[in-house]
Ligand binder design. Structure first.
Ligand SMILES: CC(C)(COP(=O)(O)OP(=O)(O)OC[C@H]1O[C@@H](n2cnc3c(N)ncnc32)[C@H](O)[C@@H]1OP(=O)(O)O)[C@@H](O)C(=O)NCCC(=O)NCCS
Length: 146
């Protein structure tokens, strides 16, 4: 996951330790897709503690060699199909305003579920301190049946 994140700008790679924690403590909301050449895509996420019916997708990435073939969408469907996520009713994520592929992915996923996709302001550039960082808009998809 760390290697994929590093290879998938504009994703910001977290530490290896952070991915290990996610995949250990939040395993049902994480996923790795592989092909014969190795890791191809991943999702790292968690259930929002105060709203456990909501699955938050922290990061989704597909290696350049696997893009445009429906893998991103398949991974999102696969995540919801996990037995541990049968009770999830909403999926949330944040997307930068200029990340067209990601916006299209989540809108298309919502459409496939027959669910609404509400988009609203969330983190502003000023929330990132001194670092130059784009805004992150909130996408909330649902409700959907588990
Ligand atoms: C965003 C990302 C995960 C999409 O993965 P993908 O496997 O290529 O996406 P899919 O093939 O499943 O496409 C899903 C939908 O989005 C659309 N889409 C995906 N990439 C697109 C692009 N570059 N331009 C236009 N549409 C695009 C597809 O046409 C498809 O729409 P459809 O279902 O109506 O046909 C991938 O581009 C990526 O890893 N980007 C870099 C990391 C990143 O930005 N992650 C998201 C951070 S929020």
């Amino acid at each position: 996951m760390h290697a994929l994140a590093s290879a998938c700008p504009p994703l910001e790679p977290n530490t290896c330790y952070a991915y290990l924690l996610l995949c250990t403590h939040f395993a049902p909301s994480c996923l790795l897709a592989e092909d014969a050449d190795g890791p191809l895509g991943y999702i790292a996420g968690y259930r929002i503690p105060e709203r456990p019916d909501t699955l938050f997708v922290w990061q989704i990435g597909v290696h350049a060699r696997g893009r445009g073939q429906g893998l991103g969408k398949r991974m999102l469907h696969a995540l919801l199909a996990q037995p541990a996520n049968a009770d999830a009713r909403f999926l949330e994520t944040t997307v930068a305003p200029d990340n067209e592929p990601s916006q299209r992915l989540f809108r298309s996923f919502a459409k496939a579920l027959g669910a609404a996709c509400e988009e609203s302001d969330f983190f502003e550039p000023s929330h990132f301190g001194g670092a130059s960082h784009e805004a992150e808009r909130l996408f909330r998809i649902g409700p959907f049946a588990g």
